[in-house]
Design a protein around this ligand. Structure first.
Ligand code: RTP
Ligand code: MG
Length: 140
């Protein structure tokens, strides 16, 4: 299995409850290495641009409100089959459906305030990494 990269966000509900370390520990225990990380407060433009694929979904406005409601930690994660590995440890979007031991089962508050984002394909991982990071900020 190839070593690849994925993009992760520790969302405002998690930073607010001081769970940045706890979430990162779960990622590391799952075999992912944090090769870039920064804490930012997303602008409205950034949130709307990042979630543009969801523009037509009914929750788009609320999602952008939530993602700009407090600081987030954006990260690049590296590991074998990183996209799938990350989505496995994240758990289902709705914490009510998330498996035991996953980040969302353990920490998420709701389907929206679900503690983490993770890219859903290698192609989107590259787009999302490039959205927030320049090459010199990533140290593999
Ligand atoms: P993510 O993109 O954040 O990794 O999560 P995901 O693939 O599991 O979920 P996705 O369908 O891409 O939705 C993106 C984010 O929108 C919020 N959401 N709210 N109110 C709702 O019904 C609803 N559905 C989704 C969540 O924050 C979700 O992670
Ligand atoms: Mg998604």
């Amino acid at each position: 299995m190839a070593v690849t990269r994925t993009f992760s966000i520790i969302k405002p509900d998690a930073t607010r409850r001081n769970l940045t370390g706890a979430v990162t520990q779960k990622l590391e225990e799952a075999g992912l290495r944090v090769v870039a990380s920064k804490r930012i407060h997303m602008t409205r433009d950034q949130a709307e641009g990042f979630y543009a694929v969801h523009k037509e979904r009914p929750f788009y406005g609320e999602l952008c409100d939530f993602m700009t409601s407090g600081p987030v930690v954006v990260q690049v994660l590296e590991g074998e089959d990183a996209v799938k590995r990350n989505r496995d440890i994240m758990g289902a979007t709705n914490p009510a459906d998330a498996a035991e031991g996953t980040i969302r089962k353990e920490f998420a508050e709701s389907i929206e305030a679900n503690s983490v984002h993770g890219s859903d394909s290698d192609e989107n991982a590259k787009i999302e990494i490039d959205f927030f990071f320049s090459a010199d900020e990533i140290v593999g």
